[in-house]
Design a protein around this ligand. Structure first.
Ligand code: ZN
Length: 129
């Protein structure tokens, strides 16, 4: 990807993460909105998966399919579609209620209040400005 392309992606939402809306900092990621799903294979000698350099959806490799993203949103989104990512985030509350004692305590003592808001990405609200 060229520097000009990266600058275009960066400025798409005024230097903010397309998903959470935080200010992008050094090391921001260019996320594929529709995933390309990189192929990887197990390297037995190194004990880890390694990318092969090919992907399952090369047709998604277009400038329009990139969103600027903070590292944590991009890593969490992984190879999810937007709707899968939204569902994934929504399920965090269920996981916290099931497995996180500190969260359950904070909720019991009124420090945390759950809401039924829909997960809205920054770029979806940006369009309406
Ligand atoms: Zn983000």
């Amino acid at each position: 990807m060229s520097q000009t392309e990266r600058e275009l992606i960066f400025s798409k939402y005024d230097g903010k993460c397309a998903y959470c809306g935080c200010e992008l900092t050094k090391g921001w990621h260019a996320d594929h909105i529709e995933p390309i799903v990189r192929d990887s294979k197990w390297n037995r000698d190194k004990g880890r998966f390694e990318q092969t350099g090919t992907c399952r959806k090369p047709e998604n490799e277009t400038l329009e399919n990139y969103n600027p993203s903070c590292a944590s949103c991009n890593i969490q989104k992984n190879s999810y579609t937007l709707e899968q990512f939204r569902t994934n985030i929504k399920q965090f509350v269920n996981s916290l209620n099931q497995y996180n004692t500190q969260y359950k305590f904070a909720k019991r003592y009124g420090l945390v209040k759950e809401t039924e808001v829909d997960v809205a990405f920054y770029f979806e609200q940006f369009k309406n400005k």
